[in-house]
Design a protein around this ligand. Structure first.
Ligand code: F6R
Length: 241
């Protein structure tokens, strides 16, 4: 595990973007899995800036995403489809055919999971970008998810619904279900970059760095991976000293 401590969020975002750009320059058709949320937002901004300076070409990359709500329209501002297009895809030269997003409107969510898992099997992920939840979740893999889990439907915990309700008009509008790539699927990626910013992530990061893999904190599964880079904003990293 390589740990990179940064002194502020801008530096974290730049370091993450530079790592992504390095990987794309080594392999233009990189298969990359993206995360949503507030943590990677700055990384997307940096990637867009670099693209505008013509220093990176996204035309051949193949993208996947970690997760998606179920039962909301794609154009809903809270869908991850919307997040990715609004904050990243609409501003770069990714080939729309190479974007693989989970379908929030699917009528057959089990089939959607199987299809997604098959797509990933056919085009294994080279680079996985992750954020981490306060309770250590990765994607929507909440505590006690199996470390071998694959892409599947998740009933969101009351805690997650409550946390995410700040993004919705009211708590009743928060979807009760989501689809997430499994922890097993995450661990099959060739390289993983985990981003953590903010004091509230420090407990989860401490467990990742200092304790054995434990299902009560899903992010600790990443200790099993031999090509993991953790980029920390110093508040989240303070605990490692
Ligand atoms: C989002 C995702 C989630 C977030 C996590 C942290 O696609 O998979 O696991 O990475 O909830 O979210 P932020 O970055 O908003 O703190």
């Amino acid at each position: 595990m390589l740990i990179i401590e940064t002194s502020n969020y801008t530096e974290l975002s730049k370091r993450a973007a530079n790592l992504v750009i390095d990987e794309i320059s080594k392999k233009p058709n990189l298969r990359i899995c993206f995360a949503t949320g507030k943590t990677p937002f700055g990384m997307y901004e940096e990637l867009i800036k670099t693209y505008k300076k013509k220093k990176v070409d996204f035309s051949k990359i193949i993208s996947f995403n970690l997760d998606e709500y179920l039962g909301i329209k794609k154009e809903n501002k809270n869908s991850y489809f919307y997040y990715m297009h609004e904050n990243f895809f609409n501003h770069i030269n990714i080939n729309k055919k190479n974007i693989n997003l989970l379908d929030s409107e699917t009528k057959d969510s089990k089939k959607e999971c199987l299809l997604y898992e098959r797509k990933i099997k056919e085009k294994p992920i080279d680079l996985m970008i992750l954020g981490v939840g306060v309770n250590g979740h990765i994607g929507f893999n909440e505590p006690f998810s199996s470390f071998n889990s694959k892409t599947r439907v998740i009933e969101l915990s009351d805690e997650t619904i409550k946390r995410n309700s700040k993004y919705f008009r009211n708590i009743q509008n928060v979807p009760k279900k989501a689809i997430t790539i499994g922890i097993g699927t995450v661990l099959n990626s060739k390289k993983i970059i985990l981003l953590a910013s903010g004091k509230d992530k420090s407990e989860a990061i401490k467990k990742l760095i200092k304790t054995k893999p434990d299902k009560s904190c899903p992010v600790t599964a990443l200790r099993k991976h031999d090509n993991l880079i953790v980029i920390l904003h110093k508040e989240a990293g303070r605990i490692i000293r």
